[in-house]
Design a protein around this ligand. Sequence first.
Ligand SMILES: O=c1ccn([C@H]2C[C@H](O)[C@@H](CO)O2)c(=O)[nH]1
Ligand SMILES: [Zn+2]
Length: 132
Amino acid sequence: MEIKKLIDEAVEARNKAYTPYSKFKVGAAVLTKNNHVFQGCNIENASYGLTNCAERTAIFKAVSEGENAFEAIAIVGETDGPISPCGACRQVIAEFCDENTKIILANLKGEYVETTITELLPGFFSSKDLKK
Ligand SMILES: O=c1ccn([C@H]2C[C@H](O)[C@@H](CO)O2)c(=O)[nH]1
Ligand SMILES: [Zn+2]
């Protein structure tokens, strides 16, 4: 699947964002190695800290359907430059994406950059740190 098509999936998902507090809508889409797409949006809460970001929604949807090997993930928001995922999402992305996973950060103007998890979160905590 083309990068632009995955961004379109993220843009579509963004329309479902539940953002009565920030009004800042974000969409995400993951492409699994089995060629399935899972969309996600941000879901806010009156208890603000319980908000789930769009990329975590998409990842959790995929994993809960038995798909945890990702080819690519696209994230889009109405930002000046490409959107920048929060620290919590970077750590969750690190759990399920390897160095080959394309992480695409986009905005509504059609601008995007392709990056990797080590660029986004150098030295991330991983399961190999749990082994002694
Ligand atoms: O990459 C990002 C950045 C922010 N948000 C959400 C969280 C919150 O609902 C709103 C404002 O921070 O945007 C995401 O979903 N993904
Ligand atoms: Zn986040």
